[in-house]
Design a protein around this ligand. Structure first.
Ligand code: ADP
Ligand code: ASP
Ligand code: MG
Length: 467
């Protein structure tokens, strides 16, 4: 079945026969230790509809694994990072005794981890294999915590159902194959069990382990919800919902009770780390509502993301994404010529580089690219730059931040003057607005971006919300 057909089928079945199932996802801090895991288990006990639980690696583990993937690691660094992973698991294990079925799998997984992590890796496939251990380990421990709380929990290897292509470190899910595998292997378990599985990881057509990119467990949860026809996905994290900006940056940021799929997708795309950017895609196409709340304080509620019934006007949030690269490509031949942009984009696509903002002038095009820290592969390879340099002058600027204003209908009019006033205090490198009415973006120096976000929040959002 081709992907488009599969998606259409899923959408139809989503409308026809949605189940009451809920997929709950618990992020790294929510499963950081035994105490945090126990709090999460209370959330699951309280909601009988939660039948699939997708867990992240315990906080800190994936960072160790990313370090272990590096080429030029000293022997000391290698053992420190291996020990770091083991210490996090041991701290949880000290509070638990694993049932025989889980103990066996856990021990085997630890052995496999140590063996792979002890030597330099030879392939991108091995990178993904190594990165997968965080989620594989935390899911054993979390299953036991649920059993301690009286739930009939089973651990399930998500690689049996979450099928992807073979683009290691940034795999694209195969929705059709995932739906078929879920029907066969996962759905039959749900009547009797709470299924604990892994976020972030999947497997390709050859059964090799793949990963969906950093922060990908949110995306996994939405994909699993789509595959089992769940009515909602609950993303449990360390904040009480999605805020008007990162609450770590602005003390006056406020949680947003309701967001449309479009607004949430834009926020995630433009840097609100609380959701992986692709999470909304399956949710929106299959009519699955998404909730975001704090596993520490579930009673405080959170944000519901749903198909919009009515649009809330104005700017609803400001986000930022650091470590952006500005690529400027100049060619006098571009003047009045056709095909220049097509050539540029063909090369970027060959290197699987996703472009964010684009502005053009008569003889140049400026493009922004994401260079996320801790990404398991660099966004821009030298080979790609060399190919571009064959037909244009290439300049690369680093250390920039993309700041985005997000809303349903950003029509500046009244706020235009205020915005220009705020921005006039800073050095703005590039502005983009128009392709979508949901955002207005600009690039600033990274060293200034926190101040830009704080200024926009206090002088536009706080003023608007107080009015
Ligand atoms: P998890 O490990 O649960 O996936 P993340 O660290 O990936 O959690 O995401 C939660 C973090 O996202 C919060 O601690 C917060 O600092 C950050 N964040 C950034 N922007 C926002 C926002 N607009 N609203 C809420 N949290 C945000
Ligand atoms: N453990 C992975 C990461 O840290 C995936 C996730 O937590 O969503 O990126
Ligand atoms: Mg996350």
């Amino acid at each position: 079945m081709n992907t488009q057909l599969a998606v259409t089928n899923l959408q139809q079945s989503a409308q026809n026969q949605k189940s009451d199932y809920v997929v709950a996802k618990f992020g790294g801090t929510s499963v950081a230790n035994f105490e945090a895991m126990s709090r999460c288990s209370e959330i699951i006990v309280a909601d009988n509809n939660v039948r699939v639980v997708a867990v992240s690696a315990s906080a800190g583990v994936t960072n160790h694994l990313v370090t272990l993937c590096k080429k030029d690691l000293s022997a000391d660094e290698r053992s420190e990072n291996i020990a770091g992973v083991i210490a996090i698991q041991d701290a949880i294990l000290n509070e638990l005794s694993l049932d025989a079925d889980l103990a066996h799998g856990f021990d085997e997984t630890i052995k496999a981890f140590k063996s792979l992590a002890s030597e330099p890796l030879k392939s991108k496939q091995q990178h993904d294999e190594l990165l997968s251990f965080g989620e594989r380990l935390s899911s054993y421990l979390f299953t036991q915590v649920l059993r301690l709380n009286g739930l009939n929990a089973v651990r399930f290897d998500v690689r049996q159902v979450l099928k992807t292509d073979s683009q290691f470190s940034k795999a694209t899910p195969d929705v059709a194959a995932t739906a078929v595998a879920a029907k066969e292997h996962l759905i039959p378990l749900l009547k009797e069990h709470v299924v604990v599985t892994q976020g972030f990881i999947g497997s390709d057509a050859h059964g090799q382990t793949t990963t969906l990119g950093r922060g990908g467990s949110d995306y996994s949860a939405a994909l699993l919800a789509e595959a089992i026809n769940a009515k909602s996905v609950h993303i449990w994290t360390d904040v009480v919902g999605i805020f008007s900006t990162d609450p770590r940056l602005c003390a006056k940021a406020t949680p947003i009770a309701r967001l449309s799929f479009d607004e949430a997708a834009e926020m995630a795309t433009f840097g609100a780390k609380v959701l992986h950017p692709a999470t909304i895609l399956p949710a929106s196409r299959s009519h699955i509502s998404v909730f975001v709340g704090s596993s520490r304080e579930p009673e405080r509620g959170g944000t519901w993301i749903e198909r919009e019934k009515s649009q809330v006007p104005g700017i609803r949030a400001v986000t930022q994404r650091k470590n952006q690269i500005l690529l400027t490509l100049k060619s006098p031949e571009m003047l009045l010529a056709s095909g220049f942009l097509a050539r540029v984009f063909a090369i970027l696509s060959e290197f699987n580089i996703s472009v964010d903002l684009v502005t053009t002038s008569e003889i140049s095009v400026a493009i922004t690219l994401d260079n996320a820290p801790n990404a398991s592969r660099p966004e821009l390879d030298q080979e790609c730059l060399d190919q571009l340099a064959e037909f244009c002058h290439v300049s690369v600027e680093n250390n920039l931040t993309l700041v985005a204003l997000i809303g349903s209908q950003i029509q500046l009019q009244q706020q235009e003057v205020n915005l220009m006033n705020v921005l006039s205090d800073f050095n703005i490198r590039l502005i983009c607005h128009g392709a979508s009415k949901h955002n207005l973006c600009f690039l600033v120096e990274q060293s200034e971006s926190d101040f830009v976000v704080q200024a926009i929040h206090s002088r536009l959002l706080e003023v608007q919300n107080a009015a």
